[in-house]
Design a protein around this ligand. Structure first.
Ligand code: BV8
Length: 229
């Protein structure tokens, strides 16, 4: 049984990390989708660094939840037959024990040097323009995929979608492309698709089955079902 699980901000919500569309969905009065762009970074790098420095600091204060842990348990059983493609830039899947994770939108705990192109593990702030560990120059940016930039791992994701017997989406609003189109790609080749989400999403109608509820109850229950209890 080959499984591809796509996760979004909703799987980390119960760990205390706000989703993009939480409540008023604003950060310092800005629409996050307007801050997560190369244009915003060019126009006001301090604002964009603050946006990511605050989220990177918050990440140190939260833990994986039962949904992340259930997927890690599934990883132990399925190994290479499971791929978790996450839109999230937090590292909660890895901290829960998942080993097969692809961050298609990058990672908060990574800094990318625009001078030498090196990526470095990073847990501190970037707003004070620290030197790149590889080249020493002060040109580190958040290693995340902004709107208008190309997501990571698209070829690997398309191969995994093609091979999957089951596509499961957890905690995503189905607004952002190309991730939002994965369910149509899977359904077009007859793959069974399952949505586990708190609310209806933009793509709920495209799923074979859609279950409503918090990830910390839906995901463990689904993993038990898949592994036979
Ligand atoms: C690209 C990293 C070309 C940074 C992010 C017009 C039409 C279609 C597309 C476009 C268009 N104009 C522009 C585009 C393209 C654009 C796009 O899709 N824009 C949207 C706004 C329309 N996309 C891009 O630019 C992408 N690049 O297209 O390049 C290309 C394409 C293919 C191949 C090659 C090249 C790049 C997009 C990446 C942007 N970066 N993140 C950062 O994090 O700061 S996106 C960011 O927002 C997240 O990563 C995530 O993807 C998205 C937020 O979505 P969700 O994760 O779903 O979170 P959200 O808050 O929306 O929803 C939470 C859900 O959880 C809700 O449904 C809620 O009900 C549920 N939930 C809440 N609590 C719980 C829960 N569920 C369960 N339990 C709970 N407790």
């Amino acid at each position: 049984m080959r499984v591809l699980v796509l996760t979004g901000a909703g799987i980390s919500a119960e760990s205390g990390l706000p989703t993009f569309r939480d409540a008023d969905g604003l950060w310092e009065g800005h629409d996050p989708t307007a801050v997560a762009t190369p244009e915003a970074y060019a126009a006001d790098p301090d604002l964009v660094h603050r946006f990511y420095d605050e989220r990177r600091a918050a990440l140190a204060r939260v833990e994986p939840n039962a949904a992340h842990r259930a997927l890690a348990r599934l990883d132990q059983h399925l190994g290479d037959d499971l791929l978790v493609v996450t839109q999230n830039i937090d590292d909660l899947h890895e901290r829960a024990g998942s080993r097969h994770v692809l961050h298609m939108h990058g990672r908060l705990r990574s800094a990318w040097c625009t001078a030498c192109d090196e990526r470095s593990h990073w847990t501190g702030s970037l707003g004070d323009r620290p030197p790149c560990p590889a080249c020493g120059r002060p040109y580190l940016r958040p290693d995340v995929v902004w709107f208008g930039e190309v997501p990571h791992g698209m070829e690997q994701i398309e191969r995994a979608l093609w091979a999957a017997d089951l596509f499961v989406s957890v905690g995503t609003s189905g607004v952002v492309y190309p991730a939002a189109a994965f369910v149509q790609y899977a359904a077009a080749q007859g793959t069974r698709t399952l949505e586990l989400n708190l609310d209806a999403s933009d793509t709920s109608d495209d799923f074979t089955e859609s279950r409503r509820g918090p990830a910390t109850s839906l995901v463990p229950a689904w993993v038990d079902e898949l592994l036979g209890g």
